[in-house]
Design a protein around this ligand. Structure first.
Ligand SMILES: Nc1ncnc2c1ncn2[C@@H]1O[C@H](COP(=O)(O)OP(=O)(O)O)[C@@H](O)[C@H]1O
Ligand SMILES: [Mg+2]
Length: 322
């Protein structure tokens, strides 16, 4: 039998998304079993670790043209890392559920949600959501580099789009068109309005025709500037907002981890934090942790956290000029 410590480390490394730590403990477990004379079990565990490792590292490389357009990664992010309102969380769980049960839906002539638009201010977890879905569904994440995709020449852009949608069809994965505005809005700023319009239309047609097994996620900070034609092509639209008090508190607890003292009240700090994005709250917590480490302190007090929050807020206000 595995020791209680080993089981705890397994769970911990899984929950904090540390695959290498997870494999290490699993291999220790295998060694432990081997010493007990359980050779078959030990071999089985080693085999499982090997398969998991090669699946992560052994994928065939992308062609040079594609490698220029998409960035592949294998995130280990989990739903538990996302701090969002209940409604949004349920919608994300629904995407995961429908994806996992797609065969069941298909048997009844229904297709799972797989073309998703994420809309909301910067730093509220849109990109993280794509990573979480990749982690939860154990699929690679392909991030499309929008600035490389949209060029001045329509013909070139179409060729690149086709390459990407061929990849989407050939390799199941999560495909993230991040900062999606590059296609949706450039056309209104560009002198050659007709040209960008055609890029957008061509993109919409690709999306519409796509019948792959991949999940396509488009994310944008700027909903107003997007076309209504765009909205209609998606199976679901998720709207992100800056966090409320409850979410801020949750985020701080997650982020501070062992640096927060048991029973420490974050309610007051969360109140003064309102207005900041998830990303800014996370950064302020990290700053407080750094201060603690550099000052050889084991814990962070609410007032120390409040002061890093104040610094963030000042930076934020001077940036927006309000
Ligand atoms: N909803 C959230 N829950 C937990 N952490 C978040 C959330 N939103 C942002 N963060 C933190 O801020 C970082 C940047 O967020 P990101 O997902 O890139 O924001 P966006 O894509 O909406 O601009 C994340 O990696 C994470 O550390
Ligand atoms: Mg983003």
């Amino acid at each position: 039998m595995a020791t209680a410590e080993q089981i705890k480390s397994l769970i911990k490394s899984h929950m904090t998304g540390q695959p290498e730590a997870f494999y290490t403990v699993a291999l220790q477990l295998a060694a432990h079993e081997a010493r007990q004379g359980h050779q078959a079990l030990a071999e089985e565990i080693r085999g499982l670790v090997d398969t998991a490792r090669t699946r992560k590292n052994g994928a065939i490389a992308l062609s040079p043209e594609l490698a220029n357009l998409v960035l592949k990664s294998d995130p280990d992010a989990r739903l538990g890392q996302l701090v969002l309102g209940d409604d949004l969380k349920e919608r994300i769980e629904r995407i995961r559920l429908e994806f996992r049960q797609q065969a069941k839906l298909k048997a009844h002539g229904l297709s799972h949600r797989r073309k998703i638009l994420l809309v909301g201010p910067p730093g509220t977890g849109k990109t993280l959501t794509a990573s979480v879905l990749a982690g939860e569904l154990a699929l690679p994440l392909y991030t499309v580099l929008m600035e490389r995709l949209v060029t001045k020449f329509m013909g070139e852009t179409s060729v690149k789009l086709r390459l990407i949608f061929d990849l989407i069809a050939q390799r199941p994965g999560i495909y993230l068109f991040d900062e999606f505005d590059a296609i949706g809005t450039e056309r209104s700023r560009d002198n050659d309005v007709g040209e960008m319009r055609r890029v957008l239309n061509s993109f919409l047609q690709f999306i519409e025709r796509d019948e792959s097994n991949s999940l396509i996620i488009a994310a944008t900070n700027n909903a107003q500037m997007l076309d209504h034609a765009l909205f209609r092509r998606f199976d679901d639209i998720l709207r992100y907002t800056i966090p409320g008090k409850t979410e801020i508190e949750q985020l701080m607890r997650n982020r501070l981890g062992n640096f927060s003292r048991k029973g420490m009240s974050l309610t007051r700090v969360a109140e003064v934090t309102q207005g900041l994005s998830h990303a800014e709250v996370a950064q302020a917590c990290d700053d407080a942790i750094k201060d603690a480490i550099l000052g050889d302190r084991k814990y962070i007090t609410a007032s120390q956290l409040k002061s890093t929050i104040d610094q963030r807020k000042k930076a934020y206000i001077s940036n927006t000029g309000s």
